[in-house]
Write a protein that binds this ligand. Structure first.
Ligand code: 5GP
Ligand code: ZN
Length: 115
């Protein structure tokens, strides 16, 4: 996926502030944060959106939520709470076509927080 900005972040072709990485998942700070903590968690495998998930991805998606749990604790937002958002497709306001999970926290969140 040569044109995918998130694939470029994975390959370190585009700089980012990485907060977590393992063999399958990477998480980095959103370049345009909508909250004091705004982190994107993505699979390293290029999956375009939620509707492109396959049965074989079930374990990976489960692992992403465990990573979100870990990052929330790392960022100190686990006790006060946070929000996880996945925008999907045109109506969902998805801009980057590489599946990503927004973690938003560090303040009392409003109704519309991203997109
Ligand atoms: P979407 O609207 O697709 O759900 O969210 C895409 C998010 O990716 C946006 O919040 C946007 O700020 C973020 N983003 C887009 N390009 C980059 C980039 O090059 N680096 C980082 N760190 N975030 C990006
Ligand atoms: Zn990609």
């Amino acid at each position: 996926m040569e044109d995918c900005i998130f694939c470029k972040i994975i390959k370190r072709e585009v700089p980012s502030s990485i907060v977590y990485e393992d063999g399958e998942i990477i998480a980095f700070r959103d370049v345009n944060p909508m909250a004091p903590v705004h982190i994107l968690v993505i699979p390293k495998k290029h999956i375009s959106s939620l509707v492109d998930l396959e049965k074989d991805d079930e374990l990976l998606i489960g692992k992403i939520y465990t990573v979100i749990n870990k990052i929330a604790k790392q960022e100190g937002i686990d006790e006060k709470g946070f929000r996880v958002i996945v925008n999907c497709g045109e109506d969902g306001g998805q801009e980057v076509k590489h599946l990503h999970f927004h973690i938003l926290g560090g303040k009392k969140l409003g109704v519309k927080i991203c997109g």
